[in-house]
Design a binder for this molecule. Structure first.
Ligand code: ADP
Ligand code: MG
Length: 881
């Protein structure tokens, strides 16, 4: 009978397969019936890579049953001694994936599992059977869970948490899983980070930072995903650092449990591994097309953002399951018993509800079930290992553990790919693409301009040459004919004279005259022909001039054509800028909306209008029809400047700053500040950055994004005093951050401040003075705490002469800041020599006597009286306090 009723396990199978000495109940028989029809389905559902597995696919994902393995611990020394005469209470049939539980000498029950791991199973095999498929699907972008359940001392921690430092064969699931994950990721595009926590008495404690012992669970109202934003998250790059983290966590767990007077068997340990991978080859961004002029232009083929997969592996080492039943009887405090009961028994109830397809699953009853919401009945691929001991003395515990495992086998999850669009990186790529296009555009414009200039010069040169040649030829011809004319007149005159002088010869001459007349006639004919040929040549030259003029006209037409091409390119560039604007504002709006929803959900009221300005910005950028009909390239600039103004107004409120920064607003503002040629945009962008720079987190981000260099460049080439005032204000805010001093100075922040005094506007000077005072104050503080040695960086950067010159500035805000800065500088002996040599001592004395602000006056006085170097110099100069 034992073998006759046994079949492969299935998702809806009945737990008990046969019963020695007792007939199968009708219920069990019905179970067998269900098993035979479902067995095949189960095999299909759980083999092969997930999406292709042929499991039930629906809009929500692919069906995947929770897999359950049972692992038997070998007898320990005590059991070897005490139970020597008794047989084990279980018998394993690993090849049939079955376990027999002896009730007594004549009765036993058989259960089937997905895997049966004997006391001889190696850690490697346990990993491969229980965890490896889960780890693989995590790497493919699905969430995964590996959990151990069982009585204390049966090997849960042995299975999951052994570090195996002394013997690599002993390594547990956590270590092996991380090894596989690290081997599979691409370090340049992917990342892995971990959190390690323990749940005790319904309190979540950070094992990487044990002071943090009441971490809240946060649920995303949109996706329902749970997260622990308060937990320490450590990025893991290599196996050693991960093992170190586990060791630190384990040490903290021991320490915390000692302090709370508990043992680790009463708490649940949870390791969370977040894997972030970018999917390659899915973006169709860049399409290269050939331009009219044969140049290759890089164009946006589509604006499809790259895709990232964010999956999570959760490994759970549960508290000992025996606490569930015995909590009252072993002297636990009531609270503790309740809490251990609460989480574990809530887990049991959820699994029962899921196994029975009950409409209500009491997930919210405990923190454990809330944390594992995705693992049971959710979208994760889940594998459970139930651990048991061989001793007949713990038959009760062993039975209940087995029953837990059997019920868990009936839970179906719908695994789902955790994929999303990476808008931020799209935005970055578009920025780069835009930069490239701008550079290409500029290069081409310059090429065309040069070409036009060259052709014009050549045409002019040729025309001038033709004109000159023509003139010379005409001149020569004219002179030649004139000369011939004069010559013939002369000849005639001479003839006339001789004719007058000798009348006798008249008759003779008359004869010759008639020949002369003939000759003259011939000459005249020649002259006419010559003139004709000269005229022909002149007209020929005129034709040449017309030809050259035509050539010039062709060149001009070509110039017009090139201009048109340039205009087309400019309009493409504007379109791209607009698209980026739209994307940015969508991103901003999405994050604002998410926030709004979260806030309103927190508050419990309906969605309200938190950022009305942003709505209008979104609708404006979203509509394709511009509102104003100002034509030409001004439109995008006007729109951009409006958007920047909206962002600047939002940035003035601290509550909005985080969202603006999250949405990439800060980066965009910095880029605009540097690259925009529109004065209004630069001024407004600088103002917004100055506002953001008031907050310490943003200051770090501004530094990290090279903001100081960008601000310094703007400081050196902006002219508008209001833009400079904003830039100076931003740097002045950064000057007030203790941690940024060295870097700020290294990236030219102080020099930029000092450079801006060229503008002379009192508002700018006041910001410069404020920055110097802030910087001096931080430096002084660092020197007092022993964190800084050596001369002030302000002095190194040459600020002292300006400080001395303006220490008595008539504008009170400037004067106050500089007086303060001087006092801070003078408080440290290293600076004394420079203070004396630059004449600042006199200013300090003046401040200590005349300053109308009592606190500054006193500060100067104390500074002067406590510095030995300054005291000595004052004595030398005969100054008395
Ligand atoms: P749990 O975490 O369930 O309370 P442990 O993992 O701490 O149990 O195991 C209790 C003891 O049994 C430990 O000393 C451990 O080394 C030992 N042990 C557990 N499982 C095995 C096993 N499969 N092979 C050898 N020793 C084991
Ligand atoms: Mg343990």
């Amino acid at each position: 009978m034992a073998s006759s009723g046994v079949r492969n396990g299935g998702p809806r199978m009945s737990a008990k397969l046969d019963r020695q000495g007792a007939g199968a109940t009708p219920k069990a028989a019905a179970g067998k019936q269900r098993l035979s029809s479902a067995a095949g389905a189960y095999r299909r559902t759980n083999s092969g890579p997930l999406p292709a597995a042929g499991g039930r696919a629906s809009s929500g994902g692919v069906s995947s049953r929770v897999r359950v393995a049972v692992r038997l611990r070998p007898r320990n020394a005590e059991e070897l001694a005490a139970d020597a005469d008794f047989g084990d209470c279980v018998e394993l049939q690993p090849e049939l994936k079955r376990l027999k539980l002896r009730k007594n000498n004549w009765e036993s029950e058989t259960y089937e599992f997905d895997e049966v791991l004997t006391e001889f199973s190696s850690q490697k095999r346990v990993y491969e059977v229980v965890a490896k498929p889960v780890v693989e699907s995590v790497m493919e972008g699905y969430n995964g869970t590996v959990m151990a359940y069982g009585q204390t001392g049966t090997g849960k921690t042995f299975t999951l948490g052994r570090l195996g430092e002394e013997d690599t064969a002993a390594r547990g699931i956590m270590v092996r899983a991380m090894e596989d994950i690290l081997a599979d990721i691409a370090p340049e595009t992917d990342s892995v980070s971990v959190s390690y926590l323990q749940l005790y008495m319904e309190m979540i404690q950070d094992l990487l930072d044990p002071v943090n012992d009441n971490i809240a669970i946060v649920e995303d109202p949109r996706t329902g995903d749970v997260s622990l934003p308060g937990a320490t998250v450590v990025e893991v790059r290599d196996q050693k650092s991960f093992v170190d983290l586990l060791r630190v966590g384990e040490a903290h767990r021991v320490a915390a449990n000692t302090k709370l007077n508990t043992e680790s068997s009463r708490s649940h340990a949870i390791l969370m591994v977040n894997v972030r991978r970018s999917v390659k080859g899915r973006s169709e961004m860049d399409v290269s097309i050939s331009g009219e002029n044969g140049h290759s232009l890089s164009m946006m083929g589509s604006l499809r953002p790259p895709i990232i997969r964010k999956s999570k592996l959760v490994v759970v080492d549960l508290a000992g399951s025996e606490r569930i039943d015995k909590s009252g009887s072993e002297g636990h405090t009531l609270e503790e018993a309740k809490s251990i009961n609460l989480s574990l028994s809530a887990l049991g109830k959820c699994i029962n509800a899921l196994a029975e397809n009950s409409p209500h699953v009491p997930v919210r009853d405990s923190k454990l079930t809330r944390l594992l919401k995705d693992s049971f009945g959710g979208t994760a691929r889940t594998s459970l290992v139930v651990t048991i001991g061989p001793s007949p003395r713990h038959r009760g515990e062993t039975t209940s553990t087995i029953m837990f495992g059997q019920r868990a086998m009936k839970v179906e999850n719908m695994v789902k790919l955790k994929e999303e669009f990476d808008y931020k990186s799209l935005c970055r790529r578009l920025d780069i693409e835009l930069d490239k296009l701008i550079a290409e555009n500029e290069r081409q414009r310059k090429y065309f301009d040069d070409e036009v200039e060259r052709m014009r010069a050549e045409a002019q040169c040729r025309i001038a040459e033709a004109e000159r040649e023509c003139k010379i030829t005409l001149e020569n011809e004219k002179m030649k004919y004139h000369q011939e004319y004069l010559d013939s007149i002369k000849v005639l005159e001479e003839k006339w004279k001789t004719h007058q002088k000798s009348p006798k010869r008249q008759i003779k001459e008359a004869e010759s005259t008639s020949s002369d007349i003939r000759e003259a006639h011939n000459l005249l004919q020649d002259e006419k022909m010559l003139r004709q040929s000269a005229e022909d040549e002149a007209s020929d030259l005129m034709n040449q001039i017309t030809h050259w003029k035509k050539l010039e006209a062709t060149a001009t037409a070509e110039v017009v054509k090139l201009r048109k091409m340039l205009d087309t390119e400019a309009s493409q560039k504007e379109k791209l800028e607009e698209e980026i604007g739209v994307l940015r504002s969508q991103l901003l709006q999405m994050s604002m909306e998410a926030d709004e929803t979260r806030r309103s959900l927190d508050k419990g009221d309906g969605p309200g209008k938190i950022f009305p300005g942003l709505d209008s910005l979104a609708s404006q950028t979203g509509s394709s029809q511009p509102r104003e009909h100002s034509n030409g390239p001004k439109q995008p600039i006007a729109k951009l400047s409006e958007q920047v103004k909206v962002v600047a107004n939002l940035a003035a409120e601290e509550a909005n700053q985080e969202k603006i920064v999250e949405a990439g607003g800060l980066t965009s503002l910095l880029v605009l500040l540097r690259s925009s040629e529109d004065e209004t945009i630069r001024r407004v962008a600088a103002g917004a950055i100055a506002n953001l720079a008031m907050n310490e987190t943003n200051q770090d981000l501004i530094m990290a994004q090279g903001g100081v260099t960008l601000l310094s460049m703007t400081a050196s080439d902006a002219e508008d005093p209001q833009t400079l005032r904003m830039v100076a204000g931003a740097i002045a805010n950064l000057c007030g951050n203790d941690k940024l001093q060295t870097r700020l100075r290294g990236e030219g922040g102080i020099k930029a401040l000092l450079g801006m005094v060229r503008c002379g506007h009192p508002d700018v000077l006041a910001q410069v003075a404020r920055g110097i005072a802030n910087f001096a104050k931080c430096e002084s503080r660092a020197a007092t705490q022993g964190n800084k040695v050596g001369k002030s960086l302000l002095i190194d950067d040459g600020a002292l002469p300006w400080i001395v010159k303006n220490a008595n500035n008539e504008a009170a805000p400037i004067r106050r800041h500089i007086e303060l800065a001087l006092c801070h500088l003078a408080q440290h002996e290293v600076n004394s020599k420079d203070i004396i040599s630059e004449g600042a001592l006199w200013e300090l004395v003046r401040i200590s006597r005349d300053c109308s602000r009592e606190d500054i006056r006193m500060l100067a006085y104390r500074t002067l009286t406590s510095s030995p170097t300054l005291q000595a110099e004052m004595r030398r100069l005969g100054i008395k306090m």
